[in-house]
Design a protein around this ligand. Sequence first.
Ligand code: MG
Length: 319
Amino acid sequence: MKILVVEDDLVTRKLLEKTIRGWGHEVIAAENGLIAWEIFQKEEIKFIIADWMMPEMDGITLCKNIRSLNKAGYIYFILLTGKDKKEEIVEGLEAGADDYVAKPFNLSELKVRVSAGERILDLEKELHKKNNELSRINVKLEEISMTDSLMEIGNRRAFYEAIKKSHHRACRYLQHYGLIMCDIDNFKNYNDTYGHIEGDTLLKKVADTLKSAIRLSDDIFRWGGEEIVVIVHEQNKPQTKLVAEKLRQAIESLKFEHKGCARGYLTISCGVAAFNENDKNNQWKDILDRADKALYIAKQSGRNRVCIPTDKVEPEPSS
Ligand SMILES: [Mg+2]
């Protein structure tokens, strides 16, 4: 460990230097508080042993200055003092010293106190490392808690967070945003035909396909079951409808086998709604309700299509 020894008395200073070096530490010596203060600001020092009474700057002032810097990481400070009255010792500790050793000092006592300080610094270092690890774990946990583990897109909680922000921005700055509710057509039949494990694989496939089809600036979440919701930022209804159509086509063009539906391949239906000026006094849930209603219309009109809330249900083509 690197230890800064501050002592104005030459003989004592040399003795301290030699002894502490003999204990296996690196020693930097200073002859008063002011010189020590300059060294401290330039060097990485965690351990200081300083005399109290010194010219230029005394040990108490040095200690106060160091504490007031609020440097990262702990600095261990031992005060050497000929003062041994209780109130003087209290003054030293109040200035921020961790420990004191009365002069004339006993070297083996000083050694014990240096070791104690070293242990505290080691613990502090360990704690700091653990805290960093904990922060990293917390970030990861936060990420996991916002992600759907199967589809690997945002979950319902993440959606709530995102939509609240989008809606707030839209109300405040009259920006647009669109919502697309996507639903896998005849998913129940898929599960019945191919089994639940294949069903899960399909959910992941759909999520992956939609994720790569949306713009980087948009956000995608699992709403629940086989439903996915996309927030299309800063786009109005016609623009959102175009995005939805792109998503629908991305799935259709996979031509992925799905014997449980009339077309024989995988398709999705989409309901689209968007924030408009009249929504200033509405909640985001109102826009979501409209997207949901539009999805219902798409489902009722034969699936594999994009609808908006004002669309009329078309009779399902007979096959
Ligand atoms: Mg002195």
